[in-house]
Design a protein around this ligand. Sequence first.
Ligand SMILES: *Cc1c(COP(=O)(O)O)cnc(C)c1O
Length: 470
Amino acid sequence: MEAALKSDAEPGDRPFGSGDGVPFEPACNLDSPNRNLTPITTVVEATGQLAVGGCRLSDLARTYGTPLYVLDEATLRSACRAYRDALTNHYPGPSLPLYASKANSSLAITALVASEGLGLDAVSAGELLTALQGGMPPERIVLHGNNKSREELGLAIEYGVTIVVDNWSDIELLAQLVSGRPAQVRLLLRFTPGIECHTHEYIRTGHLDSKFGFDPDQLEGVLRHLSGCEWAHLDGLHAHIGSQIFELEPHRDLAGVMADALALARSLGHPCGDLNVGGGLGIRYVESDNPPTIQRWVQVVAEAVAEACQQRGLALPRLLCEPGRSLVASGGVTLYTVGSRKDIPGLRTYIAVDGGMSDNPRPITYQSRYTALLVDRPKAEPGVPVTVAGKHCESGDVLLKDIALPACGNGEILAVFATGAYNASMSSNYNRIPRPAAVLVHDGLSDLVQRREQPHDLLRYDVLPERLER
Ligand SMILES: *Cc1c(COP(=O)(O)O)cnc(C)c1O
C-alpha cells in the first residue's frame, strides 16, 4: 500500500534536494507519445515557438499579461465528449456525466460544458449561481456539500436543483424549508462506501473515516426516515471515493457496494432511478504518471455497474459520474514571466516567476509535481536543473523542483502544463497578490473569460473604522 501510494498520485514524500537519487524532472517532452499532458492543440510553430489553440503563447502573454491561465477549448470539449461517448458506448442504460465544477468554476466553462450536454456539480451558493448564470439547466445540476447552509438549500429548492443529502442536518433543514409547501425535492443520498484507494490523504473520501456522507450502518435508517417524508423524492444514491486515482479496482468495487445499497433503497420503496458513482480519475501531471484513459475508466465503471445490477436482478439505473480534474486539467496552461534568479553554488539555482502558490496552491498543499517549457524555445537543450519558485513570502512557494530547463533569463515566458483543475478554483490573494486573468483559446482566437484582479480590487471589502483613521 505504501508502495502504491508512492507510485500513484500526489506523492508527498519527494525530498527537497537533488542528492538522494531522486531523478530530476525532465521538462515537458513534446515528442512523447503521451500527449495528454499538454492541450491537444499544442504545436511548435515553424518559428520554433509554442502555440495552443492556434494562439502563440508569447503573444497571449504580451496581450493579457502574466500570470495568465490559458484554457484550450478543443481539449475541454474533447474530454467532455470522451465521457459522454464512452458512457453511451459502454453502458446499456441512460447516463449523464456531471462536471464537478469545484475543479474550475466560471461562466465560460459552465457554458462550454452545458453545450456539450453534460450536467454539473456545485458545492456552494457561489458555484450554484455560476452554473445557473452560465446556462446550465437546473435539472442537470446537483448540489453537494457536507455543511450546506439554509440559504444554499433554499436556492437549490427554488431552482429545482437536485440535492445530495449528506447528513441529518441536511434533512432537518430541508424539512423546515419545505414545511407548508407542496414542494417535492429531488434528492440523492450520499454514503461512504468504505473503499480505500491510494491517493493523497487530503483528497481521499471513500474510506469510513471521512467527513462526507452517511456511514453505511446508518443507510437503512435514513432510507426508512425518508420514506416518511412526503416532500422527499429520492432519485438515487451517491458515493465518491477520492481524487487523482490511477487504480481501476476501487471503482469496480464501488459498483458492487452501490448496487447493494440500491437494492436496499428500492426494497424500501424508493424509486432510485439514478446511481452516481462520483469522480476521481487521475490525470498525467508529469511524464512518469500513467493514469487510465477516460474511455478505459468509463468502460470499467459502466461494465461493473451494469454487471452488479444484473447480478442482483436490479433494473438498470441511470448512471451518473462526476469528473472534475480529468475534464479540465490538461486543457489548462499557466503562463508566467521569469524574473529574478539566485545561484547557490553547488546547491541549487532558483528562478522566480511572477505568480506561485496564490495561483497554484497544489505544490505547497499536496507536494504535487508539474512540468514546464519556455514558450519561445521549447526545444532548447536543458542546462543544469533549476527550481522554479513563486514570489510569495514562503520558502515552500516552489512550483517546480529540480526541473531540466534551459538557462533562462529575465522576461522569458514559462508555460506550466496541466493547470486547468484546482488552480484558479483554489487560488487565493495571499500577500495581496491579485488573481490572474483567464483566456479561452480556439482556432487562433482568444477570449478573456476572467478579468485580471487589480491590487485596488483587493481593498474593496476592507473597512477602516473611523476611530482608527488618522
Ligand atoms: C471532488 C469531487 C469530484 C471530482 O473529483 P475529481 O477527482 O476532480 O474528478 C466529484 N464528486 C465529488 C462529490 C467530489 O467531492
